[in-house]
Design a protein around this ligand. Sequence first.
Ligand code: VGL
Ligand code: ZN
Length: 204
Amino acid sequence: MKALLLIDIQYDFLEGGSLEVPGGNQIIPVVNNLQSQFDLVVATQDWHPPEHLSFASNHEGKKPFEVTTLQGLEQVLWPDHCVQGSRGAEFHDSLLVNKMEAIFRKGMDPGIDSYSGFYDNGHLKSTGLAGYLRERDVTEVVIAGLAADYCVYFTLMDALKEGFHASLVEDATRPIDAEAFSKRKQEMIDKGAQIVQSGELVST
Ligand code: VGL
Ligand code: ZN
């Protein structure tokens, strides 16, 4: 069984959002088109409390995109984004949601960031996604969403570690930093991921 994982397609990562990913809106029709090809569609939602320590605003004198250390881990400080219950945390209105059987929220612990849909950045706590997928007899995950160089990348790497076959739909994702993404794309390939285009998955 093959599942589509849709990562963080939320207003704050889209046009006009507080952590806008360039070209992010262009993935929405692609992702909508893909969903009918899958027996199971699962989404993740970045879902931070206002006091989340990944926000630069919660560190005296720090600005967004500065790097600091959080629980011994390197942490990029972000603009406030995807605050629980805010408009910015919602899925885009034009994203099809009816086929999503489950939504895994992440980033709720104020003390640690959580890029992957499977674990927080310290691999301290599981979201339950791996167990859920196994229970649904999923062996293969196909990943799309935002941002390619953060949450998509970390979700894919954890999917491989958990023993799933994993592919990234390249035209259904966009990076925050294109250069960082090209490095991470190679890492994904080296670890066994497939990079595919949506046209290879959708029968026209
Ligand atoms: C993300 C930075 C902070 C993402 C989430 O969804 O890629 N990036 N929080
Ligand atoms: Zn976040």
